[in-house]
Design a protein around this ligand. Structure first.
Ligand SMILES: Nc1nc2c(ncn2[C@@H]2O[C@H](COP(=O)(O)OP(=O)(O)OP(=O)(O)O)[C@@H](O)[C@H]2O)c(=O)[nH]1
Ligand SMILES: [Mg+2]
Length: 359
């Protein structure tokens, strides 16, 4: 049996098995096997070009992508938000590649990437789905764009994103696996587990060829989360759902939608200012002030992505600064005390002050 047949076989078994306490263990092992096979199937062929993803350079303070089915209005939205000129039309697959635009908002330069529409099965390679979704992997925020007439498609888009390793609106699981040369599997529980037992944890770990390790679990994790940690290469990214073409329905319609979203009309411009503000808020950009020795603060802060490091600040200031970096001092929330000496990987927080010393 080839790898694809094995994947299909397990998927059909999963679909057939009832979900309950008695089948939990069995299902867990099947899911682990499925994830391992999928990873194997995806591994780039030796010698071949990877060829995945559009060539887009990140720019500005953050990168935001539009993901949605064809003709939901992604390009119309990019144009109204940024003044870009991405082609729009009433037929599907108008956009064929990645079109960038820049939204200037409250001093931040936010890169918006318009992409071709995806279809069901995109993450498994249908259409140019994999290339499109791959762009989402490196984004700071994913905009899930829905047509008000098909507002029920949100879950399907999330499934496609999950298919390429993107985890929306969640944090990396608090599971730590440290392999050891011998001693078996030592499972350390930080909290009571209600979805997993040691037997299942062992079975899943064995599926990944791990027989000796310290496994520390500090949250009530699911088997999916354990598998995510084992597979690795997962991307935890915030999302914002936008329901477009609000002009086509009465306001009452929106009360029926079971998720959080921003209703807009890219066609008429309705609620566009609210959308800009929501994108900006979701990005949680931070302001970092830089200071030169003996001088006072630069009064214009740098706008940086959340979790930016001192190294990222160096890159922002001068392209050679990273090479010349000796150490830096930090004042503010990320510093243990004012003026703490820190290295290039120190993670900064909003309103921090940084002074860099060169070699
Ligand atoms: N009524 C209405 N029509 C809209 C709105 N926004 C976009 N449209 C129309 O929807 C159609 C598709 O818009 P596009 O912006 O090309 O959609 P897209 O999502 O970029 O489509 P693809 O590139 O094919 O994936 C066009 O005919 C637009 O004029 C809106 O808010 N209301
Ligand atoms: Mg388009």
């Amino acid at each position: 049996m080839g790898i694809q047949e094995k994947i299909a076989e397990i998927e059909s078994q999963l679909a057939k098995t009832q979900v309950n306490k008695a089948t939990e263990h069995h299902l867990g092992l099947l899911k682990a096997k499925l994830a391992r096979l999928k990873k194997e199937a995806e591994a780039p062929k030796k010698g071949g070009a990877s060829g995945e993803g559009f060539a887009v350079r990140k720019s500005g303070n953050a990168t935001v992508v539009f993901i949605g089915y064809p003709s939901v209005g992604k390009s119309t939205m990019l144009n109204i938000l940024t003044g870009a000129k991405s082609k729009t039309a009433a037929y599907s697959f108008t956009t064929l590649t990645c079109i960038p635009g820049v939204l200037d908002y409250k001093g931040a330069k936010i890169q918006l990437l318009d992409l071709p529409g995806i279809i069901i099965g995109a993450s498994a390679g249908k259409g140019r789905g994999k290339e499109v979704l791959a762009v989402a992997r490196s984004a700071d925020l994913v905009l899930i764009v829905l047509d008000v007439m098909c507002a029920g498609q949100r879950d399907k888009i999330i499934t496609e994103l999950e298919g390429i390793g993107v985890r929306i609106d969640s944090e990396p699981p608090k599971i730590h696996i440290h392999e050891t040369p011998k001693g078996g599997l030592n499972i350390i529980h930080g909290v009571k587990l209600t979805h997993l037992n040691d037997n299942t944890i062992r079975g899943v770990m064995n599926e990944y060829g791990i027989y000796n390790a310290n496994v520390t679990i500090r949250q009530d994790a699911t088997v999916e989360q354990l598998i995510d940690v084992l597979v690795g290469n997962r991307h935890y990214i915030p999302s914002l759902t936008i329901v477009n073409k609000a002009d086509l329905v009465k306001a009452d319609f929106f009360k029926t939608l079971p998720y959080e979203f921003v209703p807009i009309s890219a066609g008429t411009g309705y609620n566009i200012e609210v959308l800009k503000e929501t994108i900006y808020q979701k990005l949680r950009l931070i302001h970092v002030y830089t200071k030169r020795k003996g001088e006072k603060l630069d009064d214009k802060p740098l706008m940086m992505r959340t979790n930016s490091t001192v190294g990222n600040v160096c890159d922002e200031l001068h392209r050679d600064l990273r090479k010349l970096f000796k150490f830096s001092q930090v004042w503010g929330k990320s510093a243990k005390f004012p003026g703490q000496k820190v290295g290039i990987d120190h993670v900064l927080q909003d309103e921090d002050i940084v002074q860099v010393y060169k070699r």
